[in-house]
Design a protein around this ligand. Sequence first.
Ligand SMILES: C[S@@+](CC[C@H](N)C(=O)[O-])C[C@H]1O[C@@H](n2cnc3c(N)ncnc32)[C@H](O)[C@@H]1O
Length: 221
Amino acid sequence: MSRSTLAVSALLEDYLRQNTLREPAPLRELREETASHRLAKMQLAPEQGALLALLLRLIGARRYLEVGTFTGYSSLTAALAMGENGRVVACDASAEFTAVAREHWQRAGVAERVELRLQDALRSLDELLAEGAASTFDCMFIDADKPAYPDYYERGLQLVRQGGLIILDNMLLGGRVAEPAPGEPAGVRVVRALNLSLRDDERVECCLLPVGDGLTILVKR
Ligand SMILES: C[S@@+](CC[C@H](N)C(=O)[O-])C[C@H]1O[C@@H](n2cnc3c(N)ncnc32)[C@H](O)[C@@H]1O
């Protein structure tokens, strides 16, 4: 037992990744390729991916929705974890980033399980609602522009079924949520306020894990 959360050094992170992580080969290849991308730090941490895969299997997920696809690590994680009956709806506005994702979905043999909606994500979520997709997703993963997180979350509450998951990344923002600073980006203020409002939101169960940059896991009541 422990009364506090361990600070993970670079050495310990290396140990974790090299000695405890079961990362499927297609994900490892994608991670290695993305490492040289100018925005590589946007990619999901592999231990976050392992947790996402575990949660999807735990709830027997078949329909997964994400906001923020980048080069495809989280979407490929979900497609592989859910197996051949799983379906992924991936929302991103960048044709450039998602071209890499498309290539890796293809290489991993899951491309036909993934639908990419290439435009502003809020518009995609509203279109899904208009198409009658309310309460049809088992899990929604939010990993995009921070100022829009509260809007993504509210749409997610409509799109995810009761007992389903909404997972939000970057909820610690490198520790900046704990250190209000003059002139900080709007996204930091938004995430700080969202952490507080999720704590008190009766519509969900809530747990923020300090894995990667902070992963909030919500279960819709
Ligand atoms: C942190 S990255 C996502 C990382 C990804 N989940 C992964 O596993 O590697 C954020 C992504 O959100 C996308 N994005 C940012 N704002 C957006 C918006 N308003 N609508 C759609 N996509 C957006 C960016 O193009 C970028 O690919």
